[in-house]
Design a binder for this molecule. Structure first.
Ligand code: SAM
Length: 413
């Protein structure tokens, strides 16, 4: 029962309070051990991924539509996610669902779950996006992108690893290599148990997330400010590429993870806790990488809760914060130096529009266009020299997170 109860609390925290799943997990899954905790997260994640389709099944089976926020609908959602997405045995799903309805219409819940089994309900091939996200993306990118996004999040994505140095040809023979110092593995393996975890030669990082640091090339001892650095995926890439890295982040907790990552990989970076809106580096750097906080709608495949939480108001708030951070970051770049701006968002307001507004206010700055030869084969720069990745890219090889990346050049004096 405990993982199911925790999953119910998680779904409630996401839908009612708008909490991210990984934040809600700390309170909701308290006291659960590893496997139970992972099961609670899997139930909540699959409920978020398939919620639109599960709701359609529930609504097709009731004479009167159940209100969105009643307990019985929440219990049915997590029960059907177990039955149809996680393929849990029917008797276990029913016997653990009914006690969760406490005081509600148990007979109705029992009847719907029995019908689901008798009629062998199934989920469609593609998980339907929540309507606000589908409409927003159709308007920005077109219907084909929405279809590709639905196909891409219908299963959890593969695991991408970034390496400090190119692994040998005989290492990771079963993995796909889509770029230098990159390997892609099928989902379902425990990361800590993979070969070389303790030696620290690699870390988990989606291929799209590795692109911003790749645009800075080899550091050769030059300095880079890695702003909004935690948990440190880009810090490790930059340190491994020979940059002298100062990694800055406002969150002490996330910086602990960055420190642990740096220690595990044996790389080196100066770690600073600071809020970019008030912190100051003291001296300008050869390069600045700003991996700005954002709506995170681009990583919806691995965080399916995001599309049920993010509304236009939050996108606008994030865009305003990004504009502040970008203007400050620009002050810290040496003449002729490079500023890379990135977000894991599929919203223009946090990508293309953000950089257009920056260039409008910084007339002496220029775009340093990304060249096709700097990118993996399946990814091409857009017409403005930026990188815009979509979840439908590399579809046959397991897809890609949605990212925006721009490389900008500071004026020469
Ligand atoms: C997209 S994540 C960074 C991911 C990281 N660059 C990596 O590759 O692992 C954004 C980060 O911005 C940090 N952040 C948000 N607002 C900030 C601010 N005003 N000043 C400094 N850091 C901030 C958050 O704590 C979070 O760690």
């Amino acid at each position: 029962m405990a993982p199911r109860r925790a999953a119910l609390r998680l779904v409630d925290a996401i839908l009612r309070r708008g909490d991210p799943l990984d934040v809600a997990m700390h309170a909701a899954a308290q006291g659960l051990t590893g496997a139970d905790r992972a099961f609670a997260v899997a139930i909540a994640s699959e409920t978020m991924r398939w919620m639109v389709d599960i709701d359609a099944l529930i609504d097709g089976a009731t004479a009167q539509i159940l209100p969105d926020d009643v307990k019985s609908r929440a219990v049915l959602r997590i029960a059907l996610a177990q039955l149809l997405a996680l393929k849990s045995p029917g008797h276990a799903v029913v016997s653990t669902a009914l006690p969760l309805v406490d005081g509600g219409p148990r007979r109705l819940v029992h009847a719907i779950l029995s019908r689901a089994q008798q009629e062998e309900w199934s989920l469609p091939d593609r998980a339907t996006l929540p309507l606000p996200a589908a409409e927003r993306w159709a308007e920005q990118w077109g219907l084909k992108m929405v279809e590709a996004a639905e196909a891409s999040w219908s299963a959890p994505p593969p695991i991408d690893l970034s390496f400090a140095a190119e692994p040998g040809a005989d290492e990771w023979p079963e993995a796909l290599s889509l770029a230098p110092r990159h390997r892609r593995l099928p989902r379902g393996q425990a990361v800590e148990a993979m070969p070389g975890f303790d030696e620290g030669g690699w870390w988990v990082q989606d291929l799209a997330a590795s692109l911003p640091a790749r645009l800075l090339g080899a550091g050769e001892g030059r300095t880079v400010l890695d702003l909004c650095a935690a948990p440190g995926g880009k810090t490790m890439q930059l340190a491994a590429a020979g940059w002298d890295v100062v990694a800055v982040d406002a969150s002490a907790k996330r910086l602990e993870r960055l420190r642990a990552n740096i220690e595990r990989t044996g790389l080196s970076a100066a770690i600073v806790r600071g809020d970019i809106r008030s912190w100051d580096p003291g001296a300008p750097a050869d390069a600045v990488l700003l991996d700005a906080p954002c709506s995170a709608t681009g990583i919806f495949r691995r965080h399916p809760d995001v599309l049920h939480r993010i509304e236009p108001r939050q996108i606008a708030e994030m865009a305003a914060l990004q504009a502040d951070l970008l203007a400050r970051a620009a002050r810290w770049v040496k003449p002729d130096g490079t500023l890379v701006y990135a977000t894991c968002s599929l919203e223009r307001a946090e990508g293309e529009d953000q950089v257009a507004a920056f260039l409008d206010h910084h007339k002496d700055w220029a775009v340093d266009p990304v060249r096709p030869d700097e990118l993996p084969d399946a990814i091409a720069p857009d017409g403005s020299g930026f990188i815009r990745t979509f979840p439908g890219l590399l579809a046959d090889a397991g897809g890609l997170d949605g990212f925006f990346v721009a490389r900008l050049r500071a004026p020469s004096n």
